[in-house]
Write a protein that binds this ligand. Sequence first.
Ligand SMILES: Cc1cc2nc3c(=O)[nH]c(=O)nc-3n(C[C@H](O)[C@H](O)[C@H](O)COP(=O)(O)OP(=O)(O)OC[C@H]3O[C@@H](n4cnc5c(N)ncnc54)[C@H](O)[C@@H]3O)c2cc1C
Length: 402
Amino acid sequence: MKPPIRIDPEICTQCGACIPVCPFAAMSERPGEPPAIDLEKCTLCGACAQTCPVEAITIEKKEKTVAASQDDQDVWVYAEWNGKEFQHVTFELLGKARELADKLNQRVGAILFAHPITDAMTRPLIEAGADYVLAADHPDLAAYQDERYAQVLRHLSAAHKPAVILYGATTIGRSLAARVAVPLRAGLTADCTGLDIEPETNLLLQTRPAFGGNIMACIKTPNARPQMATVRPKVMKQRPGDPTRQGKVLLQTLHDALLYSKARRIGFEPQNAFKVNLADADIIVSGGRGLQKAENFALIRELADVLGAAVGASRAAVDADWIPYAHQVGQTGKTVCPKIYIAVGISGQIQHLAGMQSSDIIVAINRDPDAPIFKHASFGIVGDLFQVVPLLTRELKKLLTK
Ligand SMILES: Cc1cc2nc3c(=O)[nH]c(=O)nc-3n(C[C@H](O)[C@H](O)[C@H](O)COP(=O)(O)OP(=O)(O)OC[C@H]3O[C@@H](n4cnc5c(N)ncnc54)[C@H](O)[C@@H]3O)c2cc1C
């Protein structure tokens, strides 16, 4: 039987360009001959063929068998630790990973980089669904740094060959996922709203909005491994943890070269705007173009203060410079899932809905009775926001301060 990857000795110049680019160290030099390919290690990712300057490498991809032929099919979640606590999305992803791994009959691994790593950190990961925690405990990994974290994760991925790695679509998750995906030539689907397993192939089905939210695309990554996806916070519901779950903590030994970084971390200064933690808020009051000007956001802030709520905004309000981008809710802003979402002067276009429609209760205030937001609202008030909002603020203040 012909091997699925071949180097044509007539064309190969033995330049060696394909050897270092193989993410799985499957190629090695042979004096006077084209490089040798270790078929046990090769995943047919195609990195060598793309690099070959004379196109001497041919690959015959058997799409369905790539995943099935791999030994290890675990589902990993990058557990995002900020030095004090985990990003909430970590637990949302572990619940989903558990579901996926159960369908694959495989294990869930939580990937934790920090220093020092304690039981108090690993225990919640196991309770949330991890079968093991791959723990890289090193002073150089105490705080997030792109290069180091990506090098270490690429190394762990090449060594353990997970089928799937999930990341939160946070600033760090997005940056890390891209830096792991490109050198591995792995697939990466950003901002997934649904994840499942295709029963016939065991491939990860990654659903996400496309073409401005007008269609939901279902994306598969049949050829490259690992299959990787980012998911925004609050898109997946967190499952209750199970304090009886058992799991292992596997401490990883890291070679110094993996911790090399051209960048030096000097410090971390959070941006003030992000103090408005929309993702964690139980109540959000959002303003849109109906507010007419920046000063009128005071109405939204007053109502939010009374309710102890965070302030959100539509893109129209952000684009008009009435409020910073950190407040934007929607497809290109934050995805939120509060108990109560109050949309004031917001029409309810699909891109806004994409970020808030899973809120438990939606209240819409709009003077247009046909505004699309009313189709999604649990309660609707048709009226002029300049009359309705101050009235609501006054009455709620009376009620809540009694
Ligand atoms: C690729 C892409 C990504 C996008 N991402 C996002 C995103 O992340 N978030 C987002 O929000 N949008 C996003 N948009 C823009 C989106 O399509 C809409 O343009 C935007 O949501 C409209 O904002 P709005 O509802 O505030 O404004 P409008 O659609 O103009 O609605 C204003 C509403 O205010 C009401 N109103 C006016 N005056 C009053 C009054 N006095 N009292 C009561 N009601 C009043 C009107 O009846 C109207 O319904 C995106 C668009 C694209 C193409």
